[in-house]
Design a protein around this ligand. Structure first.
Ligand code: AHR
Length: 648
C-alpha cells in the first residue's frame, strides 16, 4: 500500500492581525515625532552648548564659583572681583589677578563636573585681558584630574584696554575630568573676562558652537520638530526669572546670565552651580532646527510664572509687553532682513528667514488665568499671523480637573493644538494605548508634548530608563499613530541628562563630559520617527487577552509609506512569551522582501549605560513574508517593526 503524504495542516493561530492595505485612513503629520529640549540636567550649559568653562564671565552670585585660587607656597598675590570699566555692561563682573611675581599665581576652572578633554582634539581658548600694571605673562594650562600637565600656551603684551587673546591647546592625553588653569608669571596685574574654551570639533565646526555628538544623536532621531526652550524653564519660578528670548541673541558677551530654575527647584537635587549663559539661544535654536530638518516649536512665556512655584501673574493690562515679545519673535524668525528683528537675525549671519509655523503659548499652565491670557495671545496672533498654529497648554497631568477644564475651554475657543503632558507608570502607558480612539475628531488637535514612563514614580530619583518603560511607551505611541488625525505631534521629556549633574530622571539621552548613549526609550522614539509612514492603515487584532488593569498582550498598528510602497507594521508584545499571529494583508497581491527590526532585551529591567550602551538597541535583518497571509512570531517583551514591500 502506498502511503499518501498528507499536506501539513496550517497551524491555527489564536491571534490574528488584519491590515486593510487598501483602505488608508488618516494622513500622518510628517513632523509627528519630535524632540523636546529643555535646559535641565545640564542640558544646555555643561551639555549641548560646547563651552567648557563654567562661570566664564564671573557673573554667578558667588563670582568665583567654579574657580579656585592657585597659589603655590612661594606665591604672593591677590584675586579681586571688580565692576569698574567692565568689558561688557550686560555682564559687568570681571576678575583682577595681581601677583608679586614670586611664583605663578592665578585661578583654575573646574568646568562642568570637570572638563572633558580628547587627545586628538584642538581646543580653542579665548579670553578678554586688560593690562593693569607691570608686564606679566599669562600661562594658560590644561591639566588632567591627576595633576598631569596636558597642554599650555603663553599670552603676553597686554594694553590698557580690553583685548581678546586666543590660543589653541592640544592635550597630550584624554581626560574626562580635566581643568583649566590661568596663572600670572612675573610681577604685575591683569583684568580677565569672558574666559572660554571650546573643542574645535563642534557641530558643523561652528566656532563657539554645539557639542557634535549630542546634536548627532538628535539628527539620528530624524525629528519632525524641536520644541525649545522647555519646559518649566519658559515660565521661571517668578516672572523676573522667566525665559526672555531677546536676552539670548546677539553677541555672546551681551547675553545676560540668569540663574537656572533647576538650580534650586528640587531640595533633594540641588545644583548651586547651574546657570544659563544663553550661549545656546534662540538664533542657535532656529539654526539647529534648520540643520537637522526639524520644524521649530518655540514656546514663549504668556505672563505666568510656574504654577508649582510662585504662580506670579502679569496683570492683564500689562500683558502687551509679552504679546510684543511673541510678535517680535515671529519677526526675528521669519521677517525680512530689513525689518527691525529680521535685521538682527541677518546680523547674526542668517539673512534668509527661518521657517516657523508653530508657537507655544506658555508651558504647563492651567486655570482661568491661563484661559484669559491665552485668549489675548490667540486674538492678536491669529489676526497678525494666521499662518502660525498656536499650541495651548493643558496643565501638568493628562486627566485631572485642571486638564478637563482647559480642554473644555480650548474646545470653545477652537484652539489649534493642545499640549498634553503624561508622566505615569508603565501600566498607565500600556492601558492608555486607546486613549485617543474616542477623542473628538473635530476638536483641537493634540500635541503629546511631554511623555515618559516612570519606573518608580514621578520625580523619584530612582526612576530608570528600563526596557519595560520603553515598551509601554511603544504601546502608547502605537495608539498615537493610529489616531494621527487627532494627535499631530509627540515628544519624550526630558531630552538630556548629565550623569553627574541631573535633577530629573528618566531622560531620553544620557551624557558625561565625553560620552553619550541612547536609552531604550530613545530607540523606541527613533523606530517611530524613522518608520513613520504617510497614512494610517486600519488594523484589527483578534484573539488577544487583556488584564483587569487594561494591559493587553499585544499591540499593533500599521501605516503605509507611499514612496517606498511599503506597509510598516509595528507590534509590541507586552508578555514575556513569544506570541504567534496570523498576519493578513488585505488587498495585497504580492509581498516582496522587506525587513524586520526588533527591540528587546533579556529582562524588563534592562537599561543601557556607558558600560553597555548597546544592551537594548534595535536589530534589523531582512525579512520574507512569503505571501499576503503569513504566520509570524513576535518575541516576548519586544517591539517589532516589519517593513513589507507590497503590490496591490
Ligand atoms: O520635563 C521636566 C518638566 O516636567 C518640564 O519642565 C515641565 O514642563 C514638566 O513638569
Amino acid at each position: 500500500m502506498t502511503k499518501v503524504k498528507s499536506t501539513p495542516r496550517p497551524v491555527k493561530s489564536p491571534v490574528s492581525l488584519t491590515i486593510q492595505a487598501g483602505r488608508p485612513g488618516a494622513k500622518i503629520n510628517p513632523a509627528m515625532w519630535g524632540v523636546f529640549f529643555e535646559d535641565i540636567n545640564f542640558g544646555a550649559d555643561g551639555g549641548l552648548y560646547a563651552e567648557l568653562v563654567k562661570n566664564r564671565s564671573f557673573e554667578f552670585p558667588d563670582p568665583l564659583m567654579g574657580w579656585t585660587r592657585i597659589s603655590p607656597s612661594l606665591a604672593c598675590g591677590q584675586l579681586s572681583i571688580r565692576t569698574d570699566n567692565p568689558f561688557d555692561a550686560a555682564n559687568p563682573h570681571y576678575l583682577r589677578i595681581q601677583s608679586e611675581g614670586t611664583a605663578p599665581f592665578g585661578v583654575a576652572n573646574e568646568g562642568f563636573r570637570g572638563i572633558g578633554l580628547r587627545e586628538d582634539e584642538s581646543y580653542d581658548f579665548s579670553i578678554q585681558i586688560r593690562g593693569v600694571s607691570g608686564a606679566p605673562r599669562v600661562n594658560v594650562q590644561l591639566y588632567g584630574a591627576d595633576g598631569t600637565l596636558l597642554a599650555a600656551a603663553l599670552l603676553q603684551g597686554f594694553s590698557s584696554g580690553w583685548k581678546k587673546f586666543t590660543a589653541v591647546l592640544r592635550p597630550a592625553d584624554a581626560d574626562p575630568k580635566g581643568r583649566l588653569q590661568i596663572v600670572l608669571e612675573g610681577k604685575g596685574a591683569v583684568d580677565l573676562d569672558l574666559v572660554s574654551l571650546f573643542p574645535r570639533h563642534t557641530w558643523k565646526h561652528r566656532p563657539g558652537g554645539l557639542r557634535a555628538d549630542m546634536v548627532q544623536m538628535l539628527a539620528d532621531l530624524k525629528p519632525g520638530f524641536l520644541r525649545f526652550p522647555g519646559g518649566c524653564i519658559v515660565e521661571g519660578s517668578v516672572l523676573e526669572r522667566r525665559y526672555q528670548w531677546k536676552n539670548t541673541i546677539g553677541p555672546m558677551e551681551n547675553r545676560r546670565w540668569l540663574i537656572n530654575r533647576w538650580n534650586y527647584e528640587f531640595i533633594h537635587r540641588p545644583t548651586p552651580d547651574y546657570f544659563q549663559s544663553f550661549g545656546l539661544g534662540f538664533f542657535e535654536f532656529f539654526q539647529l532646527c534648520e540643520d537637522i530638518g526639524a520644524e521649530p516649536l518655540p514656546i514663549i512665556n504668556c505672563g505666568m510664572a510656574c504654577q508649582f512655584n510662585s504662580g506670579e501673574l502679569c496683570p492683564l493690562d500689562e500683558l502687551d509687553a509679552y504679546l510684543q515679545d511673541a510678535l517680535d519673535l515671529i519677526e526675528f524668525a521669519t521677517g525680512p532682513s530689513r525689518s527691525p528683528w529680521g535685521a538682527q537675525r541677518a546680523a547674526m549671519g542668517h539673512p534668509r528667514p527661518f521657517k516657523m509655523k508653530l508657537l507655544g503659548i506658555g508651558n504647563e499652565q492651567w486655570g482661568p488665568q491661563y484661559i484669559e491670557r491665552y485668549t489675548r495671545f490667540a486674538k492678536v496672533l491669529k489676526e497678525k499671523h494666521p499662518e502660525i498654529q498656536l499650541v495651548a497648554a493643558a496643565g501638568p497631568l493628562p486627566d485631572d480637573e485642571r486638564f478637563k477644564f482647559i480642554w473644555s475651554k480650548m474646545r470653545e475657543l477652537n484652539a489649534d493644538i493642545v499640549d498634553e503632558h503624561c508622566y505615569a507608570n508603565p501600566a498607565w502607558f500600556f492601558a492608555n494605548s486607546h486613549r485617543y480612539d474616542h477623542y473628538d475628531r473635530n476638536g483641537p488637535k493634540v500635541f503629546m508634548g511631554e511623555y515618559a514612563a516612570q519606573s518608580v514614580a514621578m520625580v523619584s530619583t530612582k526612576n530608570r530608563n528600563t526596557l519595560e518603560c520603553a515598551l509601554s511607551e511603544a504601546a502608547y505611541l502605537i495608539g498615537l499613530e493610529r489616531n494621527a488625525d487627532v494627535v499631530r505631534m509627540a515628544s519624550y521629556a526630558p531630552l538630556f541628562g548629565h550623569v553627574d549633574a541631573w535633577q530629573w530622571t528618566p531622560n531620553l539621552i544620557w551624557v558625561d563630559n565625553l560620552r553619550i548613549y541612547g536609552t531604550p526609550n530613545y530607540y523606541v522614539q527613533q523606530l517611530f520617527s524613522r518608520n513613520r509612514g504617510d497614512v494610517v492603515l486600519p488594523t484589527q487584532l483578534e484573539g488577544i487577552k487583556k488584564s483587569p488593569a487594561g494591559v493587553e498582550d499585544l499591540y499593533a498598528g500599521a501605516t503605509r509609506d507611499d514612496r517606498a510602497g511599503e506597509i510598516i507594521l509595528k507590534v509590541v508584545n507586552a508578555t514575556s512569551q513569544a506570541i504567534s499571529a496570523m498576519v493578513n494583508l488585505k488587498e495585497v497581491k504580492r509581498v516582496g522582501v522587506g525587513s524586520e527590526t526588533i527591540l528587546t532585551g533579556t529582562s524588563l529591567n534592562d537599561v543601557n549605560s556607558f558600560a553597555e550602551p548597546a544592551k537594548v538597541v534595535p536589530k534589523t535583518r531582512s525579512f520574507k513574508a512569503g505571501g499576503s497571509v503569513f504566520k509570524h512570531a513576535f518575541p516576548g517583551n519586544s517591539m517589532t517593526v516589519l517593513r513589507l514591500k507590497v503590490w496591490r
